[in-house]
Design a binder for this molecule. Sequence first.
Ligand SMILES: C[S@@+](CC[C@H](N)C(=O)[O-])C[C@H]1O[C@@H](n2cnc3c(N)ncnc32)[C@H](O)[C@@H]1O
Length: 249
Amino acid sequence: MQGYDNSSYGDAFADVYDDWYGDISDIDATVTALARLCADAGGLSIVELGCGTGRLALPLALAVHPTTVTGIDSSAAMLQQLDRKRGDTPLQTILGDMVDDIPNSRLGVVFVAFNTFFNLGTAERQQQCMHAVAQRLAPGGSFVIEALVPEDPARTGSMVEVKSLARDRVVLSVARYDGGKQSVEGQFIEFTESGGVRLRPWTIRYASPTELDSMAATAGLRCSQRWETFSGETFNEDSHRHVSVYTPV
Ligand SMILES: C[S@@+](CC[C@H](N)C(=O)[O-])C[C@H]1O[C@@H](n2cnc3c(N)ncnc32)[C@H](O)[C@@H]1O
């Protein structure tokens, strides 16, 4: 999408993110699973890639204290929302990129939730992220990816849906699918009677669990566990999403 960069998503969604997506997944189950993986890695530091408003990183930091938790995000607007909520929570944040700005230290758990890995817009960038994480993971550490399972066959074409409708306001969701490129580009378009039009753009480059496993293998990681969700439901061929745990070979 022309003009779209690393901070476009966060800057466009920061003001509505918690309202729209605050309960998109089970936070308690996510925190419990990540804390367990952290304990398995000897309590070493945790990093969340694309932490956004801290939906997961803030409760996790409280749960695993005194283990250091760091959230990286490329959107200042998202991190401002996080700061508004954080109180005394012992969470470190980095305004930066989830490939280039991962701290150079031995890490116990790195995780990337809710399709955020697919915000890296090319296979090359996703592979670079795998390498960057693998270089920093301690033996026994984990890289956890939570993501959708792409439709098979891949969808191509466009769609328009009504996200919300009120007397003085409508939000439309439009998206364009390119199955060949494994990409989806979308916009939430908000019209208000007072005259405003607000655009919230997003793009993803999706990958199947098999492709992620292959990228991980190239980086020296292997998939040691895969669930449908952080609650531990069994992943199977009908699953629409997955939580994959990659560990150093
Ligand atoms: C879908 S939100 C997820 C936020 C949070 N992980 C959650 O589950 O609620 C994706 C986040 O990734 C951030 N992001 C996108 N590309 C990024 C990049 N290259 N490096 C760091 N953060 C990025 C966005 O700013 C946004 O806050």
